[in-house]
Design a protein around this ligand. Structure first.
Ligand SMILES: Cc1cc2nc3c(=O)[nH]c(=O)nc-3n(C[C@H](O)[C@H](O)[C@H](O)COP(=O)(O)OP(=O)(O)OC[C@H]3O[C@@H](n4cnc5c(N)ncnc54)[C@H](O)[C@@H]3O)c2cc1C
Length: 399
């Protein structure tokens, strides 16, 4: 069986491919292709957002009245696929894919007018302040408090694993505004400026050498009451809306396709025992399996996008895509590392295996190990694999 797009979508793909080729600066593309650490490419990411904005394509998935392109889900899928295939930088995910949809769905006109333009224009980076020590999977137990005093909330508490907090200008935080009601009903959704007095950000060194994850300490931070999104006590509802959205997109199908291509390139370029890795039957079998699994996942994503009628509730479908997508990210990045062999060790500063000084190593080497290591986290962030399986058991099988 062959999956083919209809001719209109194929010509849309060609148009997008040409567009990206025309506007993506080659030096940004090159840095993105060979990047080792996330933090190093934030300026490129912001520049790319501004370029897309100038062409009206920085938030294509938003409703047209807020700056979206009015594309179908399939067109948005193709756009994302082509961005990854071209080694374009990531979006500022927190602003464009998490907060943005919450704001245009639940935010007041005032908050929409104030914040949506800065997200759309690539003028800001956004941190997601949900998890706390002891409140990750059990998010509803979060303790960071926000007390209303006059026209301000006074915020106290600690967040952890806050991606990118050290370079973000703004954050959206889940805070407890009422301790007297059921935990889920006492949570609110608050926008906080990251350089407010009382906010301290501490970077967490990661196994891949990056310091993208952070702890955020909030000590008597004053936040204007008007920066609370929607109604007090409704934060849990908005967070669930956001997380469901996050899980659907975190199948990361476009990313995995790009990385599978790279695994093929590496296997063709590397040899072991006088034989190309790509000709090793054991490697070929693993590669074929990953390719088939990826294709199956892609079809599943497309079925969700096409809103095909199924008996599976949408939240359960999001969990399936999250589980399979994150497992595949791990399998594909490990294929790359295994194909690289000892070259996979090169980009550790403390590596005991130094590359021979005269040898020019192929440019597919940088960053592969760092990416494989951070891919271990794919089955944790956005809701762990075990918790997704619980959701699935409940929603899809009524267990
Ligand atoms: C790379 C990365 C980026 C992240 N970025 C952000 C961010 O930007 N903002 C943010 O707010 N958070 C972020 N997180 C945090 C992430 O959401 C949490 O790590 C996640 O929700 C799990 O929570 P926890 O770490 O407290 O683990 P725990 O909830 O303590 O879980 C520990 C283990 O117990 C298992 N477990 C827990 N409860 C159950 C259960 N009921 N049934 C079965 N098993 C269970 C889990 O599956 C896991 O294996 C990030 C995490 C990572 C790794």
């Amino acid at each position: 069986m062959e999956l083919r797009l209809d001719p209109e979508l194929e010509s849309f793909r060609q148009e997008i491919r040409t567009f990206i080729n025309d506007v993506l600066p080659p030096e940004i593309k090159e840095r993105q292709r060979t990047k080792v650490l996330n933090n190093a490419t934030v300026p490129d990411q912001n520049e790319w957002m501004r370029i897309l904005y100038r062409h009206g394509r920085s938030v294509p998935h938003w409703p047209v009245e807020f700056g979206g392109c009015g594309w179908s889900p399939m067109q948005i899928f193709i756009f994302s696929e082509e961005l990854y295939a071209a080694d374009a930088p990531e979006f500022d995910w927190g602003g464009t894919h998490m907060l943005g949809p919450v704001l245009y769905t639940y935010g007041s006109d005032e908050l929409q007018d104030r914040f949506l333009p800065m997200i759309r224009e690539g003028a800001t980076n956004w941190a997601q302040g949900f998890s706390e020590p002891g409140s990750g999977s059990d998010l509803a137990s979060l303790r960071t408090s926000a007390e209303l005093v006059g026209d301000k909330y006074i915020v106290n508490g600690q967040k952890i694993w806050t991606s990118g907090a050290s370079h973000c200008d703004w954050g959206f935080f889940l805070v407890r505004t009422d301790k007297t009601v059921k935990p889920q009903l006492g949570i609110s959704f608050l926008i906080v400026k990251m350089d407010s007095p009382g906010v301290t950000v501490r970077q967490i060194p990661q196994i891949n050498g990056d310091t993208h994850l952070c702890e955020v300490f909030l000590d008597n931070v004053e936040v204007p009451a008007g920066q609370l999104i929607g109604e007090p006590g409704m934060g849990w509802t908005y967070a669930k809306f956001l997380l469901e959205h996050e899980r659907t997109t975190s199948s990361f199908i476009y990313w995995s396709k790009r990385e599978l291509d790279r695994a093929k390139e590496i296997a063709r370029g590397e040899s072991r025992g006088g034989r190309r890795v790509a000709d090793d039957p054991a490697f070929r079998a693993r590669f074929a399996r990953a390719e088939a699994d990826l294709l199956a996942l892609e079809w599943s994503v497309l079925r969700v996008l096409a809103h095909e009628e199924t008996d599976t509730p949408e939240a359960a479908a999001a969990s399936v895509l999250k589980i399979r997508g994150s497992e595949l990210q791990q399998e594909i990045t490990m294929l790359q590392v295994d194909a690289l062999g000892e070259k996979a060790l090169r980009f550790y500063e403390a590596s005991p295996v130094a590359p021979p000084p005269s040898e020019a190593w192929p440019d597919y080497v940088p960053g592969r190990t760092a990416v494989a290591l951070i891919a271990r986290a794919a089955t944790i962030y956005g809701g762990t694999k075990q918790v997704q399986k619980n959701i699935l058991a409940k929603l899809a099988f009524g267990l």
